[in-house]
Design a protein around this ligand. Structure first.
Ligand code: NDP
Length: 284
């Protein structure tokens, strides 16, 4: 039977540590503030934004909320970002995606100064990750590394296979595993004979966006399986990209959905907000 990697409790550990650090900074008169911008009223985005604000509150990080109407122009949004970039009391800026179709997401994300771009999507932050310089790392893959480390799973020297090569998950995941001295293979929709590649993995990270696609046939006996996927099924229940019932008996450790990778993303966002204060030199 596989060990279940408990993302709820590990994310709570991370948030508790952030809370302690934020409170120490407060005693020195240093505050931490995240500005969250949402354009339009996409219901899923509203839930994410609400959860981020709640997490800020729980760890003592201040949050400023900008809920802009759907018809906001790109110029207006860029102007707001310029203002937030300039304000020294704002440490992190987050633009909730997706943006309405008339706004170019990349132009908007690139406008945030890299030192406040706590999502880790800015080309400068991505570049820093690839050459090992300090910067913000995309929260979901950073959360996966924390899940592995805090579960006592060694990465160095292991065969790590990542399914998916998106800019938000797959690619930064591969860079982080490499940084931890894993031997990394990245697979995608053009990979030939995917199961033969994934069966090499000691650590298999699945970020494919297809409900329950990864069954036991894709997994080596004793592998650690991390499921990044999240999907709401017709019956209202959540599931991942991994078929948990099929894979759990084969794996040595596995993340559930919900309660695995999901809660780590917001915890790492809180961590990045704190890091922003350190990187800016506002706190020692
Ligand atoms: P994307 O759709 O951007 O990327 C999916 C990747 O999977 C692509 O690289 C694609 O390859 C690859 N892929 C698709 N089909 C196959 C296939 N049949 N065989 C091999 N590779 C395939 O998704 P994201 O990376 O943004 O997200 C992945 C999953 O993680 C989703 O379920 C998403 O909901 C979830 N997610 C969860 C988060 C969390 O906080 N828990 C945060 C972010 C995402 P190609 O590049 O060739 O098209």
């Amino acid at each position: 039977m596989a060990k279940i990697i408990d993302g709820k409790s590990i994310s709570q550990q991370v948030k508790d540590e952030v809370k302690e650090q934020v409170s120490k900074l407060a005693q020195e008169g240093v505050t931490v503030t995240l500005a969250v911008i949402q354009v339009g009223a996409d219901p899923a985005s509203s839930v994410y934004v609400r959860n981020k604000k709640k997490a800020c509150e729980a760890v003592g990080i201040g949050s400023e909320s900008y809920e802009l109407p759907e018809e906001t122009s790109q110029e207006e949004l860029l102007k707001l970002i310029d203002t937030l970039n300039e304000r020294p009391e704002v440490d992190g800026i987050l633009v909730q995606l997706p943006l309405p179709g008339h706004i170019n997401e990349q132009i908007v994300l690139d406008r945030i100064v890299p030192g406040k771009e706590v999502d880790g999507f800015h080309p400068q932050n991505v570049g820093c990750l690839s050459i090992g310089k300090p910067g913000f790392v995309s929260c979901t893959p950073a959360g996966v590394i924390q899940l592995l480390k805090r579960s006592g799973i060694e990465i160095a020297g292991k065969e790590c296979v990542v399914i998916g090569r998106s800019n938000i998950v797959g690619k930064p995941m591969a860079m982080l595993l490499l940084k931890e001295n894993g031997t990394v293979t990245v697979t995608h929709s053009r990979t030939k004979d995917l199961p033969s590649v994934t069966r090499r993995a000691d650590i298999l990270v699945v970020a494919i966006g297809k409900p329950k696609m990864i069954t036991a046939d894709y997994v080596k006996e004793g592998a650690v399986v991390i499921d990044v996927g999240i999907h709401r099924m017709e019956d209202g229940k959540l599931c991942g990209d991994v078929d948990f019932a099929s894979v759990e008996p084969v794996a040595s450790a596995i993340t559930p959905v919900p309660g695995g990778v999901g809660p780590m993303t917001i915890a790492m966002l809180m961590h990045n907000c704190l890091e922003s204060v350190r990187l800016s030199g506002k706190a020692k």
